[in-house]
Design a protein around this ligand. Structure first.
Ligand code: HEC
Length: 172
C-alpha cells in the first residue's frame, strides 16, 4: 500500500504527526470502500438488466411454445408480444449504467455505440408491436413472418452487443 513506499523523511514526519498516518489510512479505506461499493453496484445493474432480458426471453419462448405445438392460444401471442414491447421500454434505462464487473455477457460497444444500441432496441419494440397488431387484427397469415422479424431483432442485437455463446458467463 502507499504507506509502504513513503520516504523515510515522510515517515519521520508522520511519527511526529500521528494524525497524518491516520489520514492516509482513512483515505486508503475510503478508496477501497468506494471500489467495493462499485463492484456491488455493478452486480446490481447486471442482475437487473439480465432480469429484464430474461422476461423478454420468457415471452419469446411462450410464443414459440404456442406456435411450435399448435396450441389454440393465438390470442396469447398478442399479450406476449405486448409484454415484449413494454419490456423493450425498460432496456435503455437498464443498460444506462456502464457496469462490467461481474457475470455478464454485455459487450463494451453498448456504451460506445449508444445510437446503434438504441436503434436495435427500437427495432425489437416495433417488431413486437407489429406482431401484437397482426393478432389483434386477426391477420393470422402475418403472425409467422412477424415472429421471424421479431426473432431477427433479438439476433442482430445479440450479435453486435452480446458475447458469443462460447464466451458466455453461463459456460464458466
Ligand atoms: C438492444 C439489444 C438487445 C435486444 C434487441 C435483445 N437483447 Fe437480449 N440481451 C442483450 C444483451 C446485451 C444481453 C447480455 C446482458 C448481460 O449479460 O449483462 C442480453 C441477454 C439476453 C438473455 C440472457 C439473460 C441472462 O439472464 O443472462 C436472454 C434470454 C435474451 N437476451 C433474450 C432476448 C430476446 C428473446 C430478444 C428479442 C425478443 C432480445 N433478447 C433482444 C441485448 C439485447
Amino acid at each position: 500500500m502507499s504507506l509502504c513506499i513513503v520516504s523515510t523523511k515522510k515517515n519521520r514526519l508522520m511519527n511526529r504527526r500521528p494524525w497524518m498516518t491516520g489520514l492516509v489510512l482513512i483515505s486508503a479505506w475510503a478508496i477501497l470502500g468506494v471500489q467495493t461499493a462499485q463492484a456491488a453496484d455493478d452486480e446490481a445493474w447486471i442482475e437487473y438488466r439480465q432480469t429484464v432480458m430474461s422476461a423478454i426471453g420468457a415471452d419469446m419462448a411462450g410464443i414459440g411454445d404456442i406456435l411450435k405445438n399448435g396450441l389454440p392460444l393465438t390470442k396469447n401471442i398478442e399479450f406476449h408480444a405486448t409484454a415484449i414491447a413494454t419490456n423493450a421500454r425498460l432496456v435503455a434505462s437498464a443498460f444506462s449504467q456502464r457496469a462490467e464487473n461481474g457475470q455478464t455477457d454485455a459487450l463494451p460497444d453498448i456504451w460506445q455505440k449508444t445510437d446503434a444500441f438504441a436503434e436495435a432496441t427500437d427495432e425489437m419494440r416495433e417488431a413486437a408491436e407489429q406482431l401484437a397488431a397482426a393478432v389483434a387484427e386477426g391477420n393470422d397469415a402475418q403472425i409467422g413472418p412477424r415472429v421471424k422479424t421479431l426473432g431477427k431483432s433479438c439476433g442482430s442485437c445479440h450479435k453486435a452487443f452480446r458475447k458469443p455463446k462460447k464466451d458466455s458467463y453461463k459456460n464458466k
